[in-house]
Design a protein around this ligand. Structure first.
Ligand SMILES: Nc1nc2c(ncn2[C@@H]2O[C@H](COP(=O)(O)OP(=O)(O)OP(=O)(O)O)[C@@H](O)[C@H]2O)c(=O)[nH]1
Ligand SMILES: [Mg+2]
Length: 345
């Protein structure tokens, strides 16, 4: 199953997560505007530097222009290096390169290359800059506008302290879910490859949780889905698929209770007798409530920022200090050099 999903990692955060996925056995193409960022990936099999780029210092527009300039080469690169039909882009929403290019590229993968394209995006932590929040809002707005997008994982930097730790937790969760068909089969029921693909193809947000066998109760699974590494779910309940591989029999997880919590699913896939419980919900609403908080954080500082920028661009030193303006100047007499000579002689 690992061979059936490819990744295009854009920007620094994308690269950090891509690196872990590649180590786990997935195909990853890294794209960046910064050669320095790409140099932090010495073991990467496929890297592409956008010509003319030297990093985008959180400037999304700059990143978009660079993608536009290189688009033919990028499409060729993706078709050559990432042959998988199902592809996920990975990028942070708060930076410049990944945030600017990520949504555009996801749409292009879908439309130009006819791939099933989902996204893994990272939301900024509350202690990050106003610019990071503004970028995140713009990025997710663009992502939510893509009609035929697949599953989108919103990793939230607010949920855990260490970013690298967050990356590791995410990669393990995704790999656990994708590897379900390779696990020991149960006579009670299994989740197959087609079902995994269907779950990951659903438009909307997605969540994955893992619960140990001894901890497996419906309440605990709900808690882990809600308090994991992903952005808080939207207040409006909506879900398309629920895939639950349970550590136990049919009685281990109460699907009625799960649906009462998250909404009625269009379809449910279940497997049993696993070593641990792995649950994935997809086709959820985008985390619009969380995005409203991001917008609030950006706007609450708007007045101060506009004032600062104005304060710097204004020049209050309007008057000229012509101290000697009132000193009487001697009248200039005009005379010929011959008259002057006469005077001094
Ligand atoms: N979880 C996580 N977040 C990260 C990581 N690296 C950066 N971030 C977050 O990503 C945002 C910064 O984006 P980067 O990915 O560094 O930016 P970029 O895409 O390289 O864009 P520019 O450098 O601005 O051109 C901030 O919100 C960081 O907190 C990472 O490895 N893991
Ligand atoms: Mg960067």
């Amino acid at each position: 199953m690992k061979k059936e999903i490819g990744f295009v990692a854009v920007g620094q955060a994308g690269g950090n997560i891509g690196k872990l996925l590649e180590k786990t056995g997935y195909t990853v193409l890294y794209i960046n505007t910064s050669e320095e960022d790409l140099r932090t990936l010495p073991d990467a099999a496929h890297k592409y530097h956008l010509e003319g780029g030297e990093g985008c210092n959180k400037d999304r527009a700059k990143a978009k222009k660079l993608l536009a300039r290189n688009i033919e080469k990028v499409i060729k690169e993706v078709s050559g290096k990432v042959p998988q039909n199902m592809v996920f882009t990975i990028f942070s929403a708060g930076g410049g390169t990944g945030s600017g290019i990520g949504p555009m590229l996801t749409d292009i993968l879908r439309q130009e290359l006819d791939k099933t394209a989902g996204a893994v995006t990272i939301l900024p932590g509350g202690d990050e800059s106003v610019k990071a929040h503004v970028n995140a809002w713009d990025c997710v707005r663009e992502l939510a506008d893509i009609e035929e997008i697949g599953a989108c994982f919103f990793i939230d930097n607010n949920t855990m302290r260490g970013r690298m730790k967050l990356n590791e937790v995410f990669v393990r969760l995704l790999d656990d879910f994708v590897s379900i068909p390779e696990k020991k089969a149960s006579a009670l029921g299994n989740i197959d490859r087609a079902e995994i693909k269907e779950v990951l193809s659903a438009r909307g947000a997605a969540l994955i949780s893992r619960t140990s066998r001894q901890d497996t109760t419906t309440a605990r699974v709900i808690e882990q889905l809600r308090r994991g590494i992903f952005a808080d779910l939207d207040e409006v309940k909506a879900v398309k698929y629920m895939a639950v591989l349970a550590a136990g029999s049919q009685a281990a997880i109460n699907m009625q209770a799960l649906q009462a919590e998250f909404g009625i699913a269009y379809d449910i896939f279940q497997g049993f007798e696993a070593e641990q419980t792995i649950c994935c919900l997809s086709g959820l609403r985008f985390p619009f409530s969380r995005m409203e908080k991001i917008k609030k954080k950006a706007i609450e500082n708007q007045k101060d920022i506009v004032n600062s920028l104005n304060a710097v661009s204004m020049n209050p030193m309007s008057e000229e200090l012509d101290l000697l303006a009132k000193v009487k100047k001697p009248e200039k007499k005009k005379g010929s050099s011959r008259d002057l000579l006469q005077k001094f002689l």
